[in-house]
Write a protein that binds this ligand. Structure first.
Ligand code: DC
Length: 209
């Protein structure tokens, strides 16, 4: 039981769910949790502890020891963290160990959480669920632009191939809830996506569609 609403936002990488989730949380005055960071922090801890994040024992121990301050560390992005996060995310005992962390986050005031399985596994009863997606080509283009903005030159076709590999890797844990509203952001800019998302969320929270 939570005292405020839970908004579940799921979808593939680079579909825009993080930006949307953060803005929805700010608009509704709710705490925000990027659940990908949990897997990233556990991956990092497992690397430090045993060297192999795919080792279920090391990864589960790291998940059980996860504390909120671990999400603040500065090395949770980049290829090494990506690979470690994907490895620990594939371990069922890690996912089970992170359940309570995610549920507890919303206990006091409700929350907006983004991830892959929020609307299906973590909060199947959430009153508002969005499944945010975009075409593979558009998600790759966005990631490529992000890299370019950081001064990293990358080949668009390579970024797209990596994105596809990532989709395949994440697929076993990616679930679209039957009662989620699908928001395809392929042809939407951030403003339009936010307006559309807020309409759906408000309708769901206030007993509408
Ligand atoms: O969204 P992200 O790229 O930060 O996620 C990092 C990894 O964790 C990625 O491999 C997907 C996985 N993940 C997951 O399995 N379930 C979640 N709720 C969030 C992320």
């Amino acid at each position: 039981m939570t005292r405020g609403p839970v908004i579940a936002i799921d979808g593939p990488a680079a579909a825009g769910k993080g930006t949307l989730a953060r803005r929805i949380a700010a608009a509704l005055g709710l705490p925000y949790l990027d659940t990908g960071l949990l897997y990233r922090a556990v991956g990092r801890k497992a690397l430090e502890a045993g060297g192999n994040p795919a080792d279920p024992r090391a990864a589960e121990a790291a998940a059980r020891a996860l504390r909120p301050e671990h999400l603040e560390r500065g090395d949770l992005r980049g290829p090494v963290a990506d690979a470690a996060a994907a490895a620990v995310a594939a371990i069922p005992a890690v996912r089970a160990a992170l359940l309570d962390f995610q549920r507890n986050f919303a206990v006091e005031r409700g929350a907006v959480l983004d991830g892959r399985d929020i609307g299906t596994v973590i909060f199947p009863d959430a009153p508002a669920k969005l499944y945010v997606t975009a075409s593979l080509t558009e998600r790759a283009r966005r990631r490529w632009q992000e890299l370019r903005a950081k001064g990293i030159t990358a080949d668009l076709a390579t970024v797209e191939a990596e994105m596809q590999a990532r989709d395949t890797r994440d697929a076993p844990n990616m679930r679209q809830a039957a009662d989620a509203v699908v928001l395809d952001t392929t042809a939407l800019d951030a403003e339009a996506a936010f307006a559309c998302a807020m309409r759906h969320v408000r309708a769901r929270l206030h007993g509408g569609a």
